[in-house]
Design a protein around this ligand. Sequence first.
Ligand code: UD1
Ligand code: UDP
Length: 375
Amino acid sequence: MRVLVVAGARPNFIKVAPILRALHAAGDEAVLVHTGQHYDDRMSDAFFRDLGMAPADFHLGVGSGSHAEQTARVMVAFEPVLLQVRPEWVVVVGDVNSTLACALVAAKQDESVGCRVAHVEAGLRSGDWRMPEEVNRVLTDRLADLLLTPSRDALHNLRAEGIAEERVRFVGNVMIDTLFAQLESARARDAAGAMGLPRGGYALATLHRPSNVDSPDALGAVLGALRQVAASTPVVLPLHPRTRARAREFGLEGLLEGLHVLEPVGYTDMLSLVDGAAVVLTDSGGVQEETTALGVPCVTLREQTERPVTVTEGTNRLAPWPLTADGVVSSFRAAQARGRRPDGVPGPEGWDGAAAERIVHALHALARTDGAAGF
Ligand code: UD1
Ligand code: UDP
């Protein structure tokens, strides 16, 4: 079976690594297409190195731009690759612009191409249509032939949208496959120790959601809150390029003083930092999941989460919204007081390191035998 796998942005690389491995192990032909949505070494190549991935078979080099520009560039560049490769499946992951763009191109091919679309991480919903990711999720799920869900709640969301259940398979969380595969080397790394920070003696923060960083008021409030946390506990902040650019543009770089600001870090260092943190403060989707898998307390700096199991079954909590310094500090204190989940308590169902195998199994089970498209 020939499977074309799409990745474009940082969290995608972490999700596709185990899928590619599982496809190879099953004897399938895997073709990796990197759209180039993320392109800095620290946002892209560093992950290929850390995760031991071979370079992509095709690189579309689309780069940054408005949503329309970026999505359109991916579509235009992806179509000829798809027509050349002619895979049985196109696998898209997550909720970034590259995910939707490639799903849309693949879904519109006619019978002569005959590929089908599988969406990994289907069915997550924030209910917030202002988030570009929510638009990408809903539309990708509508386009996909096979919807592979990371948690049981996703099926309820899909049912509510009228998506036929026979298109949906619960496979668990593929990002956690990578976490378990890399945990030993991350623990050997001790990235915080290299900065003079003891295990459990610092908070780790990440920020990049447009709602937190794209206006001076929002970015000022959230950085102000991190500074208050830093008054009692050192705060490590690997800075996303979007956030770095906005802080500069809004003249807010002064608010970064007093924080341990880093360039974006590679996966192994990041996992080491998450694992050793007293508390993580984040607006990232993936980091909410990783803290839950590790049992590290997490404060999510968002109005809602599309990953509710990280709250109901995990170690995540939402900071009071709208964010204020007092609200974030009191959530931080509560999370710190709760501490790490004791070892041996299981994480959410299917967050077990074997999601990629279940994904490949689902692709095989529905492999085309008769040339018929879709379900
Ligand atoms: C994108 C995804 C978001 C995901 C995030 C992961 C969409 C709509 N957003 O957001 O869901 O959580 O990736 O990190 O797809 N930039 C660089 N170097 C890079 C990449 C980006 O400097 O390698 C800068 C550019 O100024 C760019 C900005 O970051 O304009 C935003 O990049 P973009 O990919 O558009 O969105 P992200 O905020 O990264
Ligand atoms: N990550 C990383 N280095 C960083 C920040 C994040 O390796 O400096 C990892 C993080 O551990 C998780 C993934 O990147 O595995 C999440 O990506 P991001 O927060 O950019 O996107 P989201 O998950 O919000 O879409």
